[in-house]
Design a protein around this ligand. Structure first.
Ligand code: NAP
Length: 315
């Protein structure tokens, strides 16, 4: 038996696991390297492991918990023969085929690679964030806004994401306070005008977050005005962090074409990267939609692209 895999999938969020389901059902016997549990950027299951209820993934009329959804996808991939390695990829060599994927001292080789390493929301770096994420603290208004009907909540950030999230959240919340560390927004003019005109949005300028309060749910926020030095408690029951995202592409720097922001570039409506035989799917190449269902859809595309590409290579 050859020690060269048909396809190695790197990353195990909805994109990677969907790619694995499709690739294994196409008898490609994929190896999926899922990441390591201790890490937030490489955590098996991806960002859905940090959420609680997922109510917008089709097929679950009563919703499903994020970790359970990922466990289901994992089992589904294994059922069709996906081999899963719980570890972190440390290096890749994409200069010759078969490609090499290194996990410390062990080298795995593959004729095709599917990159689904995802992205992570930038966080403030507070200890409370680990405790409260999914419990009143969120990084995705589309995913979690619905749970804040009638609440007073805060959005942290001053860019387009923050104002977009704030606007969306006013559909549910009674009041949305945007907390920005300066007195001038980074967001585009049109987004600013919309936010200023929204009676449910208030701004706290020149303000940084010192702490988010609450043991098992958000009960308030300690904030500080950086100009006056005055500290105060903001009475909110929900917090959305919207200070940007970072794709997990350090491994591929200089090896795959990426945008300045680090997102991988895929060709047209396909999952093809600029290296033949390497495909990308999910949030690592999508800074627009960032949904579990769109990631899963693009994982399916990557598996089909890889299957057809492999078939064309080997006749
Ligand atoms: P961004 O433009 O980088 O803005 C990040 C914001 O978060 C900035 O206001 C920044 O403050 C603040 N911030 C960063 N680190 C912080 C920290 N540690 N503590 C407190 N505040 C912090 O990111 P984005 O809003 O996610 O947008 C990313 C890109 O996507 C942009 O090009 C944006 O135009 C685009 N986008 C477009 C739309 C749209 O057009 N509908 C929607 C979303 C995103 P400073 O301003 O002080 O640096």
């Amino acid at each position: 038996m050859s020690d060269v895999h048909n396809v190695i999938i790197i990353g195990s969020g909805p994109a990677g696991l969907t790619a694995a389901i499709y690739a294994s059902r196409a008898s490609l016997e994929p190896l999926l390297i899922e990441g390591e549990p201790s890490s937030t950027s490489d955590q098996p299951g991806g960002q859905l492991m940090l959420t609680t209820d997922v109510e917008n993934f089709p097929g679950f009329p009563d919703g499903i918990m994020g970790p359970e959804l990922m466990q289901n996808m994992r089992q589904q991939a294994e059922r069709f023969g996906t081999k899963i390695l719980t570890d972190k990829v440390t290096d890749v060599d994409l200069t010759e085929r078969p490609f090499t994927v290194r996990v410390r001292d062990t080298a795995y080789r593959a004729n095709a690679i599917i990159v689904s390493t995802g992205a992570q929301s930038l966080m403030l770096g507070l200890e409370a964030e680990d405790r409260l994420i999914g419990h009143g603290l969120s990084t995705c208004a589309t995913c979690d806004g619905f749970f804040f009907r009638g609440h007073d909540i805060a959005v942290v950030g001053g860019g387009d994401s923050a104002l977009e999230e704030a606007g969306f959240l006013t559909k549910f919340a009674d009041k949305v306070t945007v907390i920005h560390r300066r007195d001038e927004l980074r967001a585009s003019k049109i987004m600013q005008e919309r936010a200023f005109a929204n009676p449910k949005i208030e701004f706290l300028w020149d303000t940084v977050v010192l702490d988010i309060e609450g043991e098992d749910k958000v009960t308030g926020m300690q904030v500080k005005n950086v100009k006056t030095g005055v500290e105060s408690l903001l009475d909110v029951t929900g917090v959305f962090i919207a200070i940007g995202h970072r794709p997990n592409t350090d491994l591929f720097r200089g090896k795959l074409e990426m945008e300045e922001s680090g997102y991988l570039v895929t060709r047209g409506k396909t999952s093809y990267t600029d290296v033949d035989g390497v495909f990308a799917c999910g949030d690592v190449q999508d800074h627009v939609y960032r949904q579990a269902i769109t990631a899963a859809g693009s994982g399916c595309m990557a598996a089909i692209d890889a299957e057809r590409w492999l078939e064309a290579q080997h006749g």
